[in-house]
Design a protein around this ligand. Structure first.
Ligand SMILES: *Cc1c(COP(=O)(O)O)cnc(C)c1O
Length: 357
C-alpha cells in the first residue's frame, strides 16, 4: 500500500488526527459508566452541545451515521417517507439504514448543490392518501456534503422547514459540518438548530476528534433516542475519554474552521487556473471542493495515482471528478504544494512523459 506515504490527505476532513492537546485532555478525562449516565465527561459534553444548539437535551453517539439513523427511527414509523435533497448522506452513504432499521422510504428532491426551495418541497410532500406513503420527516444537510459544502441560508432553511411543519412533518438537521456553516455564515448554531426537532454535529470531521457525534433535541426525543442507542449497541462505558476530545474540540477547533475555508478557496483558485480543470460547484463556501478534469482528457484515477506517488491524496468520486476537503491537518503550504503537484501531474500525463520520469 502506498497510503502510508501520504503526507497531505485531502480525501476527507475525517483524516484529522487528535492533536497533542486533545490527547492530553483525553488522558486526563474524568470517566464513569456512560450507559448509566454516570460518565461526567460525557454528561458535560451533552450539556455543552445542548446549550450550543439551545435544545433541552443531547446524546453522545459513536458516529454521525448513528445520529441520523436514531433520529430517523425515533421520528418515523415503518411505511413513512423522508424528504431529503438528492445526494444526501442518508440516501447514499448509510447502507439504506433508514429502510433496514426504521422501515422508511426516502423521497429524493431535486436540489441545487443540496439546497431546494419551498416549491420543491411542496411538490415532494404527499397528500393524505390511503395509497401513498406518509411524509413524516424532512432532513436537511448543513452544510451539504455532495453539494460542495454549500450552506443553507437561514431564511431559506426557515421557509422550507416552516412549510414542512405546516404539513405535519418533523424536521431534522444532519449537522455533520454544522459548525463549518456557522463559521462561514456568522449565524449562531442555535439559530439553525431552532428550525429543527433534532440536530446533531459530528466531532470526527473538521473538529478533529477521533470518534463521535452528538444528537440534540427535546427531552422526550432524547429519551427515545437512548432506547435506540442501546438497541444498536451504541451505549458505551468509560466514553469520557472520547467526550473529553469533543469538549477540547469545542474549545479550540471551531473558530479555526475559517482557516479550512480559506485553504479550500486557495485550492479552488489554484486548481481552476490549470488548463482543462473546472470546479463544480464554482463557488466554494466552506471546506469542500469538487473538481472536474474532463477538459484535460485524463481519467481522475490516473491523476490520483500520480498524486499519491507524491504523497498527496484526493478523493476520486467519478470518472473525471475529485472531492478535496480541507481540515486542521492541512495548512496553506500543503495547499500550494497540492496545486503545484496537480498542475505538474496533469501536464506530464498529457504529454505521456510521466512513466519515463
Ligand atoms: C460524515 C457524514 C455523516 C456521517 O458521519 P460519520 O461520523 O462518518 O458516521 C453524515 N452526514 C454527512 C453530511 C456527513 O458528511
Amino acid at each position: 500500500m502506498i497510503t502510508n506515504r501520504i503526507r497531505i490527505d485531502l480525501s476527507s476532513d475525517t483524516a484529522t488526527r487528535p492533536s497533542r492537546g486533545m490527547r492530553e485532555a483525553m488522558a486526563a478525562a474524568e470517566v464513569g459508566d456512560e450507559q448509566h449516565g454516570e460518565d461526567p465527561s460525557v454528561n458535560a459534553l451533552c450539556e455543552r452541545v445542548a446549550g450550543l444548539l439551545a435544545k433541552e437535551a443531547a446524546l453522545f453517539l459513536p458516529s454521525g451515521t448513528m445520529c441520523n439513523q436514531i433520529a430517523i427511527a425515533v421520528h418515523c414509523r415503518p411505511g413513512d417517507e423522508i424528504i431529503a435533497a438528492e445526494g444526501s448522506h442518508i440516501i447514499d452513504y448509510e447502507g439504506a439504514g433508514s429502510a433496514a432499521l426504521a422501515g422508511t422510504a426516502i423521497h429524493a428532491v431535486q436540489a441545487e448543490h443540496g439546497l431546494f426551495t419551498r416549491e420543491a418541497f411542496e411538490r415532494a410532500v404527499r397528500p393524505a392518501s390511503r395509497k401513498m406513503p406518509r411524509s413524516r420527516l424532512i432532513s436537511f444537510e448543513q452544510t451539504h456534503n455532495r453539494g460542495g459544502g454549500r450552506v443553507w441560508p437561514l431564511d431559506q432553511l426557515r421557509e422550507v422547514a416552516r412549510a414542512a411543519r405546516e404539513r405535519g412533518l418533523a424536521v431534522h438537521i444532519d449537522g455533520a459540518r454544522l459548525m463549518n456553516a456557522c463559521v462561514a455564515s456568522g449565524v449562531p448554531a442555535r439559530d439553525y438548530a431552532a428550525v429543527a426537532d433534532s440536530v446533531w454535529l459530528d466531532l470526527s470531521k473538521g473538529l478533529g476528534c477521533p470518534v463521535g457525534g452528538v444528537l440534540a433535541g427535546a427531552r422526550d426525543f432524547i429519551e427515545e433516542a437512548w432506547a435506540w442507542k442501546h438497541r444498536l449497541g451504541g451505549a458505551m462505558r468509560q466514553a469520557g475519554i472520547l467526550a473529553a476530545a469533543g469538549l477540547y474540540a469545542l474549545d479550540h477547533n471551531v473558530g479555526r474552521l475559517a482557516d479550512d475555508h480559506r485553504n479550500a478557496a486557495r485550492l479552488a483558485d489554484g486548481l481552476r487556473a490549470v488548463a482543462g480543470v473546472v470546479l463544480d460547484p464554482e463557488v466554494v463556501q466552506t471546506n469542500i471542493v469538487f473538481i472536474d478534469v474532463a477538459g484535460t482528457g485524463l481519467p481522475a484515477r490516473a491523476i490520483a495515482e500520480e498524486l499519491a506517488r507524491r504523497g498527496i491524496r484526493i478523493g476520486v468520486v467519478g470518472p473525471t471528478r475529485f472531492r478535496a476537503v480541507t481540515h486542521l491537518d492541512v495548512d496553506a503550504d500543503d495547499i500550494d504544494e497540492t496545486i503545484a503537484a496537480f498542475a505538474a501531474v496533469v501536464e506530464t500525463l498529457k504529454t505521456g512523459s510521466v512513466h519515463a520520469a
